[in-house]
Ligand binder design. Structure first.
Ligand SMILES: CC(C)(COP(=O)(O)OP(=O)(O)OC[C@H]1O[C@@H](n2cnc3c(N)ncnc32)[C@H](O)[C@@H]1OP(=O)(O)O)[C@@H](O)C(=O)NCCC(=O)NCCS
Length: 176
């Protein structure tokens, strides 16, 4: 076990995590996204995606898998992933590490867990969307073996858009 593995725990999100997870998402988003998207869009997307009831429905229905990252028993990040647009692909929908814990390998550890889980479920590729202005996260995905495949502009309602790159990575052992 290396130094990073010794301090972290990654496990499935449960009902008792939902309030603190929603608060963690708010903290991360208000620190990270101003300047990339408006505060109104941040409010709108948090409301749309991070209400505890919304997450609970996704977990209970099996629509998406959610994992949490704890560092020395403190909630520090999370990931969610779901069946993708093709039967062999999986979509990494969310990957977040709180600013206090960044650049210590925790995001990569969370991503590795998502990749392991995806492989064990038989998926052969992982893809994601990332805001075109989100340069730090783009650097993170590139350093973890993702390549850009295209771009999308998604209308998410209320006159808000997500202007994203699409990145993907093969999960085949031979390509790893
Ligand atoms: C993206 C994120 C999950 C990465 O988590 P992390 O724990 O900081 O990442 P790691 O420490 O595992 O970084 C691994 C490598 O990625 C690259 N990287 C990570 N953050 C970077 C940054 N801000 N700038 C440039 N490269 C970066 C580096 O190569 C890094 O290795 P190094 O620290 O040895 O140089 C985290 O920064 C985050 O939550 N960001 C805000 C939210 C977000 O944009 N999420 C993605 C939405 S699509």
């Amino acid at each position: 076990m290396n130094a990073i593995e010794a301090t972290l725990r990654i496990s499935p999100v449960t009902g008792t995590d939902l309030q603190s997870l929603a608060q963690l998402a708010r903290d991360i988003w208000y620190l990270h996204y101003p300047g990339m998207i408006t505060v109104s869009q941040i409010d709108y997307m948090l409301e749309q995606r991070y209400q505890p009831e919304v997450i609970a429905v996704q977990i209970e229905s099996g629509e998406a898998w959610w994992d949490k990252l704890e560092v020395q028993s403190q909630l520090a990040g999370f990931a969610s992933y779901e069946p993708g647009s093709e039967s062999s692909s999986i979509k990494l929908d969310k990957l977040y590490v709180h600013q206090r814990f960044m650049r210590r390998g925790f995001g990569s550890a969370l991503l590795n867990r998502v990749e392991e889980q995806s492989r064990s479920r038989g998926y052969r590729s992982l893809y994601l969307q990332v805001n075109k202005a989100n340069a730090p996260s783009i650097a993170f995905y590139r350093s973890n073996g993702f390549e850009v495949k295209g771009s999308v502009k998604v209308d998410i309602g209320s006159q808000f858009f997500m202007d994203d790159f699409v990145f993907s990575k093969s999960l085949s052992e031979s390509d790893a």
